[in-house]
Design a protein around this ligand. Structure first.
Ligand code: NDP
Length: 244
């Protein structure tokens, strides 16, 4: 049985991805991690036996070994096929004169350090899936890491300034994605970063043009079609490539 792990799965896009997979990928095991499960996530796991909730504050780095051991217990020798580093935070528009050290550090910790260190911790399980499914083409059905980035992390498309904590943390995540894609090429593990669009969630706000379901459907349609040549790309939910 193939396994997908999504961080920050209690609300917003993470919850939307779990919901989508319970409809469209009934045969896959879904590991939904969160700090505290929402009622909606709890109900999803009660109704769908393939959904397992595990607790993870992504800033609790000392808990990663334990999490990896728990996942190994669940998947046995089947490995992990897809890791979606989705959990993220932002700080409202910050001008240079107002930015605080703490905001920069917090955004970097959650949006950059955590996805790198979690991928490192789960790497043996991703490698196992890549080996086990060696008959399949490189892609999310075999072994892949998708880092949820943002267009605000694009240096080329920054024409507004500000947003120092968020922009820097996502630009750094993009740099990490590129390195991972090179480092994990020989293991046949695909790595890409994804801008979900501007989406109506607590982070995106009410004025966002996209709803969660449309963004999530686009994200999965895009990532399911990725092949070896797409590893290391920065893509938008609809498949459009975003300049670094
Ligand atoms: P939300 O604010 O709606 O949800 C954020 C999720 O991240 C929550 O599940 C939250 O959990 C989790 N999270 C935050 N900090 C931690 C932590 N320390 N440990 C574990 N989980 C944590 O955001 P979205 O769903 O909109 O965003 C999801 C991803 O998409 C993010 O990476 C974001 O940067 C990116 N993105 C979103 C856009 C949008 O328009 N919505 C646009 C571009 C990118 P908790 O409930 O415990 O806080």
């Amino acid at each position: 049985m193939k396994t997908v792990l999504i961080t920050g799965a209690n609300r917003g896009l993470g919850l939307g991805m779990v919901k989508y997979l319970t409809h469209c990928k009934k045969s896959q095991r879904i590991i939904a991690t969160c700090r505290n499960e929402s009622e909606e996530l709890k109900q999803l796991s009660e109704k769908n036996h393939n959904v397992t909730i595990l607790h993870l504050d992504v800033t609790n780095f000392s808990g990663y070994d334990n999490l990896t051991a728990q996942i190994k217990n669940i998947v046995g020798d089947q490995g992990l096929n897809l890791l979606i580093n989705n959990a993220g935070i932002t700080t409202k528009f910050t001008k240079l004169g107002l930015v605080k050290t703490e905001q920069l550090m917090d955004n970097l910790t959650v949006n950059t350090v955590a996805p790198i260190m979690l991928t490192k911790s789960l790497l043996p399980l991703l490698k196992r899936a890549a080996e086990l499914y060696s008959g399949e083409a490189v892609g999310v059905e075999r072994a892949a890491v998708i880092n949820m980035s943002s267009v605000l992390g694009s240096i080329a498309q920054n024409d507004q300034g500000g947003f120092y904590p968020y922009r820097c943390s996502k630009a750094a995540l993009n740099a990490a994605t590129k390195s991972m894609s090179i480092d994990l090429k020989k293991e046949s593990i695909l790595v890409a970063c994804m801008h979900p669009g501007w989406v109506k969630t607590d982070m995106g706000g009410k004025n966002a043009p996209l709803d969660v379901d449309s963004s999530v459907a686009g994200i999965f349609n895009t990532i399911e079609n990725l092949g070896e040549a797409d590893s290391g790309k920065f893509l938008q939910y609809d498949g459009t490539e975003i300049p670094w």
